[in-house]
Design a protein. Structure first.
Length: 201
């Protein structure tokens, strides 16, 4: 599994996940400025002025073997519109977290996130043979929690006083996961969501 956690390109219909590099810097600066995402205090979305350092941090963690960062490329615009990562890589137990994700506001709620998560989950379960994939978010990030639950992930629990936020407050972290035995059902659900045929939406 260690050898499998190396830079890879994952292609979908509306987005492609490519290994993050500094070549994506300008697109990501433009993307993060849309909707002032970096002002959401309960997230870790980088400021435009910090983008170079944030890319360096992710690449350093990739070199250390704890993260595999991607730039999310909108195939229609042919430019980077966000970031996502495999993080907290636990090779011995075949577990990984999908996180560090943010998008340009104009592609939010467009199906791009669903496809992005489907690509990452498919690769994690079908190629990396993961036994579980985690998602973590701030207790007050209601939109993120709703999005994770919409994917079909289940709440494992809440880590109280889990970590300090940049503003000095303490974060309660909601921990969700999808386990390998649930993947076929979750995959069918994601494909249904991507089809746009949901009569309940």
């Amino acid at each position: 599994m260690t050898e499998l956690f190396k830079p890879i390109t994952l292609r979908g219909d509306c987005c492609t996940l490519v290994p993050l590099t500094h070549e994506h810097h300008d697109d990501l600066v433009e993307a993060v400025a849309d909707g002032e995402l970096a002002k959401l205090w309960f997230t870790f979305v980088p400021k435009a002025s910090d983008m170079k350092d944030n890319i360096n941090l992710r690449l350093d963690m990739q070199h250390a073997g704890t993260m595999l960062p991607f730039a999310v490329i909108d195939r229609n615009a042919n430019k980077a519109v966000g970031m996502t990562t495999y993080m907290n890589i636990d090779t011995s137990n075949r577990r990984v977290e999908i996180g560090g994700t943010w998008y340009h506001q104009n592609v939010q709620r467009t199906g791009l996130n669903t496809e992005c998560k489907c690509l990452l989950l498919t690769h994690a379960f079908n190629t990396l043979d993961c036994i579980a994939v985690e998602f973590r978010t701030h207790s007050l990030n209601y939109r993120s929690r709703q999005g994770i639950e919409r994917l079909g992930a289940r709440l494992d629990g809440i880590l109280r006083n889990h970590m300090f936020m940049p503003n000095g407050t303490l974060r309660d972290t909601y921990v969700y996961s999808i386990i390998a035995s649930e993947w076929p059902t979750v995959k069918a659900h994601l494909e249904f969501l991507r089809s746009g045929r949901n009569p309940l939406s």
